[in-house]
Design a protein around this ligand. Structure first.
Ligand code: SAH
Length: 686
């Protein structure tokens, strides 16, 4: 069946009706899923297997039959482990239909048809009884329902329900327990993802400072978790203020309560500094004694030998509502509040314990300043990036004249303020949304009558919006919140085209052009998320591999996917290559832009894929890159823009060149930008 979905095209801005196959969403889900990553997570799999074997043994030793409930079975992996370990019967519950179907196939292929029953339901819908989904309650509860924040995928309500209705009292649970750890740190880098730092502008008439509205000062921000590969954060980017402490534990073998609550610990700072950030991760004990432990602890906490790369579980960064000076040795209280699905933190000075307790309120944080709704964490980081701002200031100074009439087109941008301070006579700020925030922001900077906000789509811009003025300088970062892939910001070009009639004949457009760049890389680890697994702990999971492959090929042309590569180390195997350019001084052409060529592989390694990114040429000799910053050594290690996601196109087969002479030393490519649809299609041959 086909359905029609309406959406604004992220690149062209056009409203379009897409005829979507009803399977599209689920193919996306499978293709972009974490199942492959989980199957590659050897450390996780081995420990689950050990924990399950131990639990089955404990039940058998008691002379009971081992009846397993596996909630969220996915590929059926944990149920197959249980059956192999001697469980008498397994109920494997999976809510996502394509996965439940896959589990049935995988279970059958591995010969467990009479031991494992796959139930395609949400666990809270499962019935127990002679006519129910389960004949009786289980005495072993196996699950893997955790996200980086532990509880974000609904583990708590699922456990709460399971203990009430699906498992016996005193059941065994694998994992047996989870523990959340925290560490207090000061970090300018991470704090810059949460607050707007003052922006200093050297203007002709003295230094100007752009400040944020006072509402931002104590704003608790948004409750969505900030999960990152903390192992990619160099220790020079933060200062540890406390030891690692246990925040709370959950025993999964006992009834679990999911209702909102809080936990509190006392910390004694090991160093004086500004408490800004709570870093957090968890571990799970697969058995009651805690001898089988799987931990997400970052590099400075655990020994490197225990290291397992994974993307489905990372570490969390929590921002305190405001920075709080702490003194070495002077105790403070850290409170973790949680609801069913998320966590947030507060820090209090150690006054009377009772006094502090009275302060605890567990409502989830709500952004009061609006900025956290407008700017996500990487965007805050980008706006706080002084080097980047300097490039924009330098180029604005080159193009602005005292009589410039300037129009800015970019979401949540500070460019209009920079343009005003750098001397533009009039500044218009075209905005699709968030006007309310900008009214406040301009007020805080006494700019409310200096910069005019226009709330109209570019194609609906009229000369009355512009007070009958023609635009002499059109500026953009460009940045749009609807952009997922780097080239989606080419929306600036389409907006520029739509407002052409309002531009002077000698208009200056900043950036004057953009270019798309490409490089072949070998990933240290990221390849795992898209690589077939074959067998997992001795179980044949090829059905899952085939399913992922099928979903990846569902669209005629494979798609690139966005990843923030500062979190995913890779080395370059080819030189970076500029493949397409987009001239913003002209309107978007009718014809497609395409290119073909080949790049030489100049380093040995595995060609996992191509990385693509945009560079913006702001003015003569001034460019900013949203991708590669530099190749940092002769090994080819890459340094990426830390605020942007780059596009990764994974090759369907990996070519390994051990020595430079023995192999295809080049990759040929064909890249086509369809100016009508705004889409980039690409094809690579190894
Ligand atoms: N157990 C597998 C897969 C884990 S991923 C493994 O360890 O490899 C978690 C799976 O649980 C997902 O497929 C998700 O669809 C499913 N799921 C999450 N909550 C569920 C619930 N309450 N009931 C049924 N399935 C659930």
């Amino acid at each position: 069946m086909k359905t029609f979905c309406g959406r604004a095209n992220p690149t062209t801005g056009a409203m379009e009706w897409l005829e979507e196959d009803e399977n599209y969403d689920y193919h996306q889900e499978i293709a972009r899923s974490r199942y492959a990553d989980m199957l590659h997570d050897k450390d996780r799999n081995v420990k689950y297997y050990q924990g399950i074997r131990a639990a089955v043994s404990r039940v058998k030793e008691r002379g009971e039959k081992a009846i397993v409930l596996d909630i969220g079975t996915g590929t059926g992996l944990l149920s197959m482990m249980a059956a192999s370990a001697g469980a008498d019967f397994c109920y494997a519950v999976e809510v996502f239909k394509p996965m439940a179907n896959a589990a049935v196939k995988i279970v059958e292929k591995n010969g467990f048809r009479d031991k494992i029953k796959v139930i395609n339901k949400h666990s809270t819908e499962v019935t127990v009884g002679p006519d129910g989904d389960m004949q009786c309650r289980a005495n072993i509860l196996v699950t893997e329902l955790f996200d980086t924040e532990l509880i974000g995928e609904g583990a708590l309500p699922t456990y709460e329900h399971a203990h009430k209705y699906l498992v016996q009292e005193g059941c065994e649970a694998v994992p047996h327990r989870a523990t959340v750890y925290v560490q207090l740190v000061e970090s300018k880098r991470m704090w810059s993802w949460n607050k707007l730092f003052p922006v200093h502008v050297e203007a002709e008439d003295g230094e100007k400072v752009i400040v944020s509205p006072s509402e931002m000062e104590n704003c608790p921000g948004v409750p969505s978790v900030c999960d990152i590969q903390l192992n990619q954060m160099p220790s020079s980017d933060f200062t540890i203020l406390s030891d690692v402490v246990t925040m709370f534990s959950v025993d999964f073998s006992k009834p679990v309560r999911s209702a909102s609550t809080y936990y509190r610990v006392q910390l004694e700072p090991v160093k004086s500094g500004k408490a800004q950030i709570v870093l957090s991760w968890w571990d799970i004990d697969m058995d009651p004694s805690g001898t089988i432990n799987c931990t997400m602890a970052p590099y400075w906490v655990k020994s490197t030998s225990a290291f397992q790369w994974r993307d489905h579980w990372m570490q969390c960064v929590y921002f305190l509502p405001n920075e709080e000076p702490v003194l070495q040795g002077e105790k403070v209280y850290l409170t973790a509040c949680r609801d069913e699905y998320s966590l947030w933190y507060k820090l209090q000075k150690a006054r009377g314990e009772e006094e502090n307790k009275a302060d605890v309120r567990v409502e989830s944080p709500v952004c009061r300043c609006q900025a956290h709704l407008l700017w996500n964490r990487p965007r805050f980081g980008e706006l706080n990036d002084r080097n980047r701002t300097r490039q924009y200031i330098k180029s604005l100074m080159k193009v602005l004249k005292t009589d410039s009439v300037c129009l800015s087109i970019s979401d949540g941008s500070l460019l209009p303020v920079l343009a005003h301070y750098l001397g533009a006579k009039q500044v218009k700020y075209y905005l699709q949304y968030a006007a309310f925030f900008f009214f406040q922001f301009f007020k805080a900077n006494h700019l409310e009558d200096k910069i005019k906000i226009i709330e109209a789509r570019p194609e609906l811009l009229t000369s009355s919006h512009l007070e009958d003025k023609k635009i002499s300088v059109l500026v953009g970062e460009p940045f749009f919140t609807t952009s997922l892939l780097p080239w989606h910001n080419l929306y600036f070009w389409y907006a520029r085209t739509a407002v052409t009639s309002h531009l002077t004949s000698s208009v200056t457009v900043l950036p004057q052009s953009a270019s798309l760049h490409m490089m072949i890389v070998e990933f240290q680890d990221l390849w795992r998320i898209r690589s077939p697994c074959g067998t997992c702990e001795g179980f044949d999971v090829q059905t899952m591999d085939d399913m992922i492959k099928n979903s990846l090929n569902f669209r005629e042309s494979k798609e690139a996917e966005p990843h923030p590569l500062w979190e995913y180390p890779c080395k370059s195997l080819s030189d970076p290559r500029e493949v397409l350019t987009f001239d913003f001084r002209k309107t978007v052409p009718q014809h497609c832009l395409s290119t073909e060529g080949s790049v030489n592989l100049s380093r040995k390694g595995k060609s996992h894929g191509a990385v693509l990114w945009m560079e913006y040429h702001l003015a003569a000799d001034i460019s900013v890159s949203t991708g590669l910053m530099q190749i940092s050594n002769e090994k080819g290690n890459c340094e990426w823009n830390p605020h942007c996601k780059q596009a990764v196109y994974f090759f369907s087969s990996v070519i390994e060149s051990e020595t430079l002479s023995d192999l295809p030393s080049a990759v040929t490519y064909a890249i086509n930008f369809n100016t009508k649809t705004g889409e980039i299609a690409m094809d690579f041959k190894l």
